[in-house]
Ligand binder design. Structure first.
Ligand SMILES: Cc1cc2nc3c(=O)[nH]c(=O)nc-3n(C[C@H](O)[C@H](O)[C@H](O)COP(=O)(O)O)c2cc1C
Length: 132
């Protein structure tokens, strides 16, 4: 499964680098309106007061049909708004929130994410087959 991410200050980028996953696409302000033609899992930070970063909102407005799941980074100092971008995206587009993690995540977070992506690929593959 492709991983699509947005990283304002580098935390999500650093997190994903540690996963060693290779099929990764970065949303930037410049490419936020481009079309993604394959299914993807989104990873994003949270900004404002629990907001989804604007480039991510733009990207999803165009590409939400291929969104299969979301994971979000945040900072626990933000209390109830911790990693809230993930909750908002999950609810708006009715996709699973795979996990929330803090800043660039721990090694445990990295392993958990990787495992979830692999499991997701397996169950998604089965679903795709069953629909034939
Ligand atoms: C201006 C600003 C607002 C933020 N607001 C929130 C917030 O509401 N909730 C939260 O959990 N984290 C918040 N954060 C923390 C970031 O989501 C966190 O540092 C995240 O790891 C950033 O990921 P990135 O560097 O990959 O974009 C905020 C950070 C900044 C700079």
């Amino acid at each position: 499964m492709k991983i699509v991410y947005y990283s304002l200050t580098g935390n999500v980028r650093r997190f994903l680098k540690r996963t060693e996953l290779t099929d990764i696409y970065e949303i930037t302000e410049a490419n936020a309106s481009e079309t993604m033609t394959e299914p993807f899992i989104l990873v994003t930070g949270t900004i404002g007061f629990g907001e989804v970063p604007a480039p991510v909102e733009h990207f999803l407005a165009v590409n939400h049909a291929n969104l299969k799941g979301v994971a979000a980074s945040g900072n626990r100092n933000w209390g109830n708004n911790f990693a809230k971008a993930g909750v908002t995206i999950s609810q708006t587009y009715d996709v699973p929130l795979l996990m929330k993690f803090e800043l660039h995540g721990t090694l445990k977070d990295t392993l958990e994410f990787k495992e979830k992506v692999v499991n997701f690929d397996e169950s998604y593959g089965r679903e795709a087959l069953q629909s034939y």
